[in-house]
Design a protein around this ligand. Structure first.
Ligand code: AHR
Length: 493
């Protein structure tokens, strides 16, 4: 081990809330994200409740998933909600033009998705169709879901649901600069205003409107959206993927060198700069921070696993992804005053998934375990933190070896998240804790012997959290040594 990293945590000061909605998950009609991964319909071989597989729903419940974003993604701007209600046999079979050109039989529509949210115990974040839909179609969808009375509410009741649902979050299209319509920001902002105008909240509850936001460092998009449409929206989104090696050809999720490990983590650290700069633009127009920045697509994007259907974006998930998740979750803590929601892409079987399935088999990924370890962060109070870490460098990449964040949880305990990006060396850390009365530390660690370690159906426990006892506290200083390439969560009570 080299020089210790130095961290200070101010337990006597309160930062913003670490919003539970930062743990939102994205589930798109893409590959086996919905069909096969969540929905098995009448397939009796896989135990299910009204079509949703019990094993996956139980795993998601254990995570306490707060919100699910659906039905896209790019899928959203070609989705017509009326095609997904009523008797299944009458629903049209379409082509999923964005994702593999496969058929989409609309078996999962509004009623099924809402059932899923209720089974998981999550809130609904629905993305509407601006791209090839109309403002009327979007308004009627919201009315169909949320109103107590009227022709659309009656139709909903005839389709099996008398009580209106709550739709707390509604997206005004997705990636309007790309698959959502290839719009200029000025046109996208105008369309956002027009569509948002007709989304009416039902009596007694609010539908928060989330504008389609920037691609990565397109700061002009945020500038124009805030300048033109801010009064009509509650959040503006941001999409940023970690794509080592670039878009084509994409890199392997499991076979990579240390150089690619460093590149991946280096690219993920870009999230820090992106949020800081987009937030600074938002601050100009909205110093009160009423409008959230919703990073509603983030995560790794590699090449697909060999033998999987083209366009299905099915990728394995290694210890590297665990580090990516932890670094991002720590960055979100730093910006929790503006970032109230983020959604990892995606929930099951797609991109940086929580869960992988194959027929009746299911496995939890290292990313799942990181989310589970961070659960105490939900709605905790972010504690001010300073971090002075040695750098881990490899080839042209250099990043702080240690990433960290801390909250005072709803349970009263202080939870300290630490990760060590260096795959070769442990990271000793001295943490000065001010205003933290507790002296009892418990901890868990996620690590593995190799960078490429991952869980699969034959070996589901290659990367799972273990008890961590390597931290001591004395005279207000916490001393800890993180193993190489690890994520650690400490609880001080
Ligand atoms: O998550 C996969 C795709 O990435 C989404 O459909 C789109 O919004 C983004 O480009």
């Amino acid at each position: 081990p080299g020089e210790p990293a130095r961290i200070t945590i101010r337990g006597d000061q309160a930062g913003p809330t670490y919003d539970r909605r930062i743990f939102t998950q994205f589930a798109e009609h893409l590959g086996n994200g919905i069909y096969g991964g969540l929905w098995v319909g009448n397939d009796r071989r896989i135990p299910n409740t009204r079509g949703f597989r019990n094993d996956v729903v139980a795993a998601l419940k254990r995570l306490g998933v707060p919100v699910i974003r659906w039905p896209g993604g790019c899928f959203a701007d070609e989705y017509h909600w009326r095609e997904g209600i009523g008797p299944k046999a009458k629903r049209p079979v379409k082509i999923n033009t964005n994702w593999g050109g496969v058929t989409e039989d609309n078996a999962v529509g509004t009623h099924e998705f809402m059932d899923l949210t209720e089974q998981v115990g999550a809130e609904a974040y629905i993305s509407g169709n601006v791209g090839n839909g109309s403002a009327r179609e979007m308004a009627e969808w919201v009315e169909y879901m949320t109103q107590r009375a009227g022709t659309l509410a009656d139709e909903r009741a005839r389709n099996g649901r008398k009580e209106p649902w709550k739709v707390p979050y509604f997206g005004i299209g997705n990636e309007l600069w790309g698959c959502g319509g290839n719009m200029r920001p000025e046109y996208g902002a105008d369309e956002t205003k027009r569509f948002a105008t007709f989304i009416k909240s039902p009596e007694g509850s609010r539908v928060l409107k989330i504008a389609s936001g920037a691609n990565s460092d397109d700061y002009n998009w945020t500038e124009v959206m805030m300048r033109e449409a801010m009064r009509h929206i509650d959040a503006v989104s941001l999409h940023y993927y970690t794509v080592p090696g670039g878009w084509a050809p994409k890199a392997s999720p499991t076979q990579f060198t240390e150089s690619e490990w460093a590149e991946t983590l280096g690219l993920t650290w870009k999230m820090e700069e992106l949020i800081a700069k987009h937030s600074a633009i938002m601050d100009k127009y909205d110093p009160q921070k009423r409008v959230w920045l919703a990073v509603d697509e983030w995560g790794t994007w590699y090449g697909q696993d060999p033998g999987t259907t083209p366009g299905f974006l099915r990728q394995q998930n290694t210890l590297r992804d665990a580090l990516v998740a932890a670094i991002n979750l720590n960055i979100f803590a730093k910006h929790a005053d503006r970032v109230k929601m983020t959604a990892i892409a995606q929930m099951v079987n797609v991109l940086q998934a929580m869960i992988l399935t194959d027929g009746p088999k299911m496995v939890l990924t290292p990313t799942y375990h990181v989310f589970e370890m961070y659960k105490p962060f939900m709605d905790g109070t972010v504690l001010p933190i300073t971090i002075d870490s040695p750098y881990y460098s490899r080839d042209k990449w250099a990043i702080p070896a240690v990433s960290a964040s801390a909250v005072r949880g709803k349970d009263g305990a202080v939870h300290i998240a630490l990760s060590n990006a260096d795959p070769n060396r442990p990271a000793p850390i001295n943490v000065a804790l001010t205003g933290v009365a507790g002296t009892t530390i418990t901890g868990r660690v996620l690590t593995a012997p190799t960078m490429t370690a991952h869980n699969n159906f034959d070996n589901p426990n290659a990367v799972v959290p273990a008890t961590f006892t390597g931290a001591q506290i004395a005279n207000g200083t916490l001393s800890v040594t993180l193993p190489a390439k690890s994520v650690v969560m400490l609880d001080v009570k």
